[in-house]
Design a protein around this ligand. Structure first.
Ligand SMILES: NC(=O)c1ccc[n+]([C@@H]2O[C@H](COP(=O)([O-])OP(=O)(O)OC[C@H]3O[C@@H](n4cnc5c(N)ncnc54)[C@H](O)[C@@H]3O)[C@@H](O)[C@H]2O)c1
Length: 294
């Protein structure tokens, strides 16, 4: 697949807006779809800010950034947004029923040979695309947060994914500047499985009082040479999304992924991480970490 002409991204949260960014910069016309105008406007603002930062840091040309801005259209209607798309990437919440609804509408409205991709972190690609009339066109394209910066796109082959779909998804990811790996359809793939386990252990250590959150993160960054500690990583991912991932992995891979009570209470309290301004750590409105509690 050369650069797809029309890429529809369903879900304009943390991941969807990043995927829209890289697709638009690579030259595709992008249709960004979410449930509300407010969410779409907020995503467009964030994409605009990210493009500005990209230009300031010399990562992208000012003209490319301006063209990318103009290539992104928005819609609150999946059918409208997917019409004629040759690649649809869903990045809605990590729930099987919601993903099925999105995929059915995407298949009914996209181009007849469109690749239909999910950005799920952990769930079975085979099960997600089982709702399609033609599951051979369904595939996992797992991007990482923040999408403009992270180099990997994990490609996941469902049981019925065709070789042509894998090749087209790979070419599209590479056109968006990503390095790809091909992974079989097992829960959590090659990345989330490890990341969720480390993050869950970090949360368990916090719950047990092993050390302060700050010190757990510092220990893992400086002692183990991880770029981020497990708790600041959870703040970046979003503890609500991480909870959905862990519950799925606990159900499929076993008890070691069972989320902690502290984690459940944080989500119930709305302490979701950077996106809500408070998770394990606290953040200002620009997402910068506050050194002291607010
Ligand atoms: N957060 C991460 O670090 C990360 C990394 C890789 C993959 N993922 C995966 O990406 C997906 C999205 O995660 P996120 O962190 O962007 O979540 P998010 O909560 O930031 O965004 C989800 C968006 O989907 C929208 N949405 C929900 N139902 C919808 C529907 N029916 N139609 C259109 N839009 C709908 C919501 O309004 C919201 O804006 C999940 O499957 C998640 O597992 C997340």
């Amino acid at each position: 697949m050369p650069v797809p002409q029309i890429v529809t991204v369903v879900g304009a949260g943390l991941m969807g807006r990043g995927i829209a960014y890289v697709a638009a910069v690579s030259g595709s016309a992008v249709r960004l779809v979410d449930l509300s105008e407010a969410q779409l406007m907020s995503a467009l603002d964030r994409i605009g800010d990210d493009l500005d930062v990209g230009v300031q840091r010399g990562k992208i040309d000012a003209e490319v950034a301006e063209q990318a801005r103009q290539r992104i259209a928005t819609s609150t209607d999946i059918a409208e947004g997917a019409t004629g798309a040759d690649l649809v990437i869903e990045a809605v919440v990590e729930r099987m029923d919601v993903k099925h609804d999105v995929f059915r509408l995407a298949e009914a409205n996209a181009a007849p040979d469109a690749v239909l991709a999910t950005n799920t972190s952990a769930m079975s690609i085979t099960e997600i695309v089982s709702c399609l009339d033609d599951p051979s066109r369904g595939v996992g394209m797992h991007f990482f947060n923040p999408v403009p910066k992270m180099k990997l796109c994990e490609l996941i082959r469902g049981l019925q994914t065709s070789p042509e779909t894998m090749d087209r998804a790979e070419a599209a990811a590479q056109a968006m500047g990503k390095q790809t790996v091909r992974v079989e359809d097992l829960p959590g793939f090659a990345t989330s499985r490890i990341n969720a386990l480390i993050g869950n252990e970090g949360m368990r250590m916090l719950e047990e009082g092993v050390a302060s959150a700050e010190d757990i993160d510092t220990a893992v960054r400086l002692g183990l040479n991880h770029p981020m500690g497990p708790l600041e990583m959870g703040d970046l991912v979003g503890w609500d999304t991480r909870l959905d991932i862990l519950e799925y992995l606990a159900g499929t891979l076993g008890e070691r992924f069972r989320p902690t009570n502290l984690h459940r209470r944080m989500v119930a309290a709305g302490h979701l991480g950077r996106k809500s301004g408070e998770g394990v750590h606290r953040y200002d409105d620009q997402g910068n970490r506050l050194s002291r509690p607010r």
